[in-house]
Every structure is written in structure tokens, then in C-alpha cells.
Design a protein around this ligand. Structure first.
Ligand SMILES: Cc1cc2nc3c(=O)[nH]c(=O)nc-3n(C[C@H](O)[C@H](O)[C@H](O)COP(=O)(O)OP(=O)(O)OC[C@H]3O[C@@H](n4cnc5c(N)ncnc54)[C@H](O)[C@@H]3O)c2cc1C
Length: 425
């Protein structure tokens, strides 16, 4: 027999978006339940943080925990040409105070466990090894969830609000047929972990390196604690599988030969984990909310790994979702319209970042040429790439448009209001 339990808010997934939303709502005295399919600590990709992750981490009360953690400190980013020549590392301290300018390279199993434990400590209930199977909808409103425990027991939960933080699985957008593929960013990634590979000396030893391979493909090289390096290659599927090569290990090893810096840095290390592969991952949800339902983190949309924006956007959307839901409780109104500001902020941030992602993959575009011509725009580029994404970047994108395609905003992501309104940007 299925018993039904009632809460104020149900959250699907205990990744960064789910745990942030849960902690901030529980802190306000709301009864919050998080349903998480896995047993933590669990593996997850997405290890390089952006400077502006500092703000949601601070709100969650986790900055001190981060400072005393083993996570590698990240002060800079560098780019390596396909010939293997490294740029001068770009240091965040040229623009920000130390609290923001230093961020981290994390192991997600440990980072996400910390976030989940924080949600529990603030009063949220978290059920691990519990898979959400469907939304319960009555008269067009989401009123709860059906889930299943590891032992197969069916479970039912009800609440006036449900937040989908299920990551790329995107439970609600998939069930509601809201998933829309990004028209052009059709990349795939192959990655693994090395122990004992080379890291640069000094403060830049924790830098993220983006190293180019042909056809706008690129490697990430992310130093982690315990002498581990996360290293992966991102490119279009047809480039990575050219000549019929389909095995992730073969793809990876062939691409190492395409960049002398990556080859030299990996030469003294040993691959210690399986080679992993993702399919094309860029997409957006048609809507961000409906009556009783809100999407946060990757469940709302995912851009591209190139500028490491995913965790920052997940934490930020979790914090914004919690604020919007707390206001909805005060008003006792859980209709989609309430989430219009949330939608505007998240879409603006995603679109600003998306324009720079498009520029990065545009053969004609070069950050160096742009800042040579417009030195005063260097600060805007830094802000966007550091995660300060909700600003007016119109001058920057007018300059980018001189050499590269600047995409129009995707017309998706507003709340689903009863009369489908026009979608303002
Ligand atoms: C190749 C690649 C490289 C990346 N590199 C970076 C990077 O360097 N830096 C960065 O910031 N981001 C990176 N990202 C993005 C980053 O991984 C995500 O943006 C981030 O994890 C999103 O957090 P989230 O909380 O939305 O979702 P997730 O972290 O995916 O968490 C979702 C949680 O929901 C749970 N779940 C899913 N379905 C269900 C269900 N039905 N029932 C119950 N629980 C469920 C999952 O088990 C999971 O724990 C990368 C992504 C890719 C693909």
C-alpha cells in the first residue's frame, strides 16, 4: 500500500541546485523533502568553479568549509593554442577582491555531499536512493510526486510546490515534452582522470587550462587534490569519431596527439579511471515554471562546459528559486506567474553566457583581437566569464558581432501561464 506524506516543498535531486534550494527554504522554517536517486557520495562531472560561485556559497554558509577543504585553489585560467603554446594565465585578482578572485577545483562527490549535508543540517529531509518516477498533476497544477525506494516500494508525496533539480535527466521537462535542443551547440565530451600528471608551479598550479584541438575542439585540464587531474576533450561528434573511431579510450588517446601541451603534461601521469562519454548535451526547457512547479539548475537548461558555468548557475538558480518560493508561501499563491522575475534573471544570465560560448566556437572570433581593438571591453569579458552574468553586456556583444555570430535569445524559458503569454526576453 502507498502511504502519502505531505510537505511544503518537494525537490527532485540533491545536486547543487537541489541542495541549495532545500537549505535556503528549510532555513526559513518550511518543511522540505529532497528525493535523490543515488547514494551520496556519488560521482558527477562539473569540477571547475567560477569566481562568482562565491556568492551562493556564502549565502549557504559554506565559504569557511570550502576554505578549510582540500579542494585545489583556482586563481586563474589559461588558454593553450593547438600548437601547444600557453597564454599568460589570466588571473581573477586583476578585477576582484580576494574573496571572489580565488575559487576552487572540486571533486563533485565530496562537494555535493557537503551541499547535501548542509541542506540536512538546516532542516531539510533528504531521502537518498529514492527515484522520482512521475509528477502528480491535478487540474493542470503539480501537486506532488510518485517515487520508488531502492527496495521497490512505491512512495507518494504531496506539496503546494515542487522544484525539479534533476539535472540533465530533466524529469519534468522530459515528461511534459518541454525539452528543446540547442540549435547549434551540438558537442560531445570524452574524459578520464590521471594521477601524477604535470601541474604548473606556483599560484597557477590550480588553473583551469583550455587547450585547443582542430575544428574548435578543446581539452579541459583541471588539477584536483590527491594528485589527480580531470582531463577531457570536447568537440563535435563527427570530428571525434572521424575514421569510424568510436571507443572513448581510442578517441581520447588520438586527441592527446593533437595538442603538444596536453601530451607533455599527461606524459608523466597514469590514467586511473574509466573513459567516460556524453552525448550532445546543450538544451533548454520550453518553460521554467507551471502552477506548483519550478525548474532549477541543469533541469532548466544546459549550455556547454567550456566556461565552467554549470555549478555557478545551478547554485544561483537554487538560491533564486528559494527566494521566489518563500515569497509564494507568504502570498499563498503558487501560480506560474509568480516566477516571471526568476525566469527573466535566469534567461538573461544564460543568454549572456551563451553569446560568449557561440563566439568561442566561431572560427572568425578571437578574444585577443577583440580586446586589442576595444581594451575597455576586457572587464566585461572577465565579468561574464567569471559568472557575473546579469549585467548589460550590449556594448560587448555589439563588438563581438563585428566578427562572429551573436545568437538571438532562445524564445523559451518563461513560466507557463494559463493564457500562453508572449515570451519577453
Ligand atoms: C562534460 C561536462 C563538463 C562539465 N564541466 C563543468 C565544470 O568544469 N564546471 C561547472 O561548473 N560545470 C560543469 N559542467 C556542468 C555541471 O555538471 C552541471 O551544470 C551541474 O552539475 C548542474 O547541477 P544540478 O544540481 O542542476 O544537477 P546535477 O548536479 O546533475 O544533480 C542532479 C541530481 O538529481 C538526481 N536525479 C536525477 N534524476 C532523478 C530522479 N528521477 N529522482 C531522484 N533524483 C534524481 C541525480 O542523481 C543528481 O544527484 C559540465 C558538464 C558536462 C556535461
Amino acid at each position: 500500500m502507498t502511504t502519502t506524506r505531505t510537505f511544503d516543498t518537494l525537490i527532485i535531486g540533491a545536486g547543487p541546485a537541489g541542495s541549495a534550494t532545500a537549505a535556503l527554504l528549510a532555513e526559513q522554517g518550511l518543511r522540505v523533502l529532497v528525493l535523490e536517486r543515488e547514494k551520496f557520495p556519488r560521482y558527477h562531472i562539473g569540477e571547475s568553479l567560477l569566481p562568482f560561485t562565491c556568492h551562493p556559497l556564502k549565502r549557504l554558509g559554506l565559504l569557511e568549509r570550502m576554505r578549510s577543504s582540500e579542494f585545489v585553489k583556482k586563481y586563474s585560467v589559461q588558454f593553450v593554442s593547438s600548437s601547444g603554446k600557453a597564454s599568460q594565465p589570466f588571473s581573477f585578482s586583476t578585477r576582484y577582491a580576494p574573496e571572489v578572485a580565488q575559487t576552487w577545483q572540486v571533486l563533485r562527490s565530496e562537494f555535493d555531499l557537503m551541499l547535501m549535508e548542509n541542506a540536512r543540517a538546516k532542516g531539510a529531509e533528504v531521502l537518498e536512493e529514492t527515484t522520482v518516477e512521475e509528477l502528480i498533476q491535478e487540474e493542470g497544477r503539480t501537486v506532488g510526486l510518485r517515487a520508488r525506494s531502492k527496495s521497490g516500494q512505491p512512495l507518494e508525496f504531496r506539496a503546494p510546490m515542487t522544484v525539479d533539480c534533476s539535472g540533465r535527466e530533466a524529469l519534468a521537462p522530459t515528461r511534459l515534452n518541454w525539452r528543446i535542443r540547442e540549435p547549434k551547440l551540438n558537442k560531445v565530451a570524452v574524459w578520464t582522470y590521471y594521477r601524477g600528471a604535470l601541474r604548473d608551479a606556483g599560484i597557477d598550479g590550480g588553473a583551469t587550462t583550455v587547450a585547443y584541438v582542430p575544428e574548435k575542439g578543446w581539452f579541459w585540464y583541471i588539477p584536483q587534490h590527491r594528485d589527480m587531474i580531470s582531463v577531457g576533450v570536447v568537440a563535435e561528434g563527427k570530428y571525434l569519431t572521424r575514421g569510424g573511431v568510436r571507443e572513448p579510450e581510442q578517441i581520447f588517446k588520438r586527441e592527446i596527439e593533437q595538442n603538444a601541451w596536453i601530451k607533455a603534461h599527461l606524459a608523466c601521469g597514469t590514467p586511473v579511471e574509466p573513459y567516460r562519454l556524453t552525448s550532445e548535451f546543450s538544451w533548454r526547457s520550453r518553460y521554467c515554471a507551471a502552477d506548483g512547479l519550478l525548474l532549477a539548475g541543469d533541469a532548466f537548461g544546459f549550455l556547454d562546459p567550456v566556461f565552467s558555468s554549470g555549478v555557478m548557475l545551478a547554485l544561483k538558480s537554487g538560491a533564486l528559486a528559494a527566494d521566489a518560493i518563500a515569497e509564494a508561501f507568504e502570498a499563498q499563491d503558487f501560480s506560474a506567474e509568480r516566477f516571471a522575475d526568476y525566469s527573466r534573471t535566469m534567461r538573461e544570465g544564460l543568454e549572456n553566457m551563451r553569446k560568449l560560448v557561440y563566439a568561442f566556437y566561431d572560427e572568425r572570433f578571437s578574444f585577443r583581437k577583440l580586446t586589442d581593438k576595444y581594451p575597455d571591453l576586457a572587464g566585461d569579458i572577465t565579468d561574464c566569464l567569471s559568472g557575473d552574468v546579469n549585467k548589460d553586456f550590449s556594448r560587448l556583444y555589439a563588438a563581438v558581432a563585428e566578427t562572429a555570430e551573436v545568437p538571438a535569445p532562445l524564445p523559451y524559458g518563461a513560466p507557463l501561464v494559463k493564457q500562453e503569454a508572449e515570451l519577453p526576453v
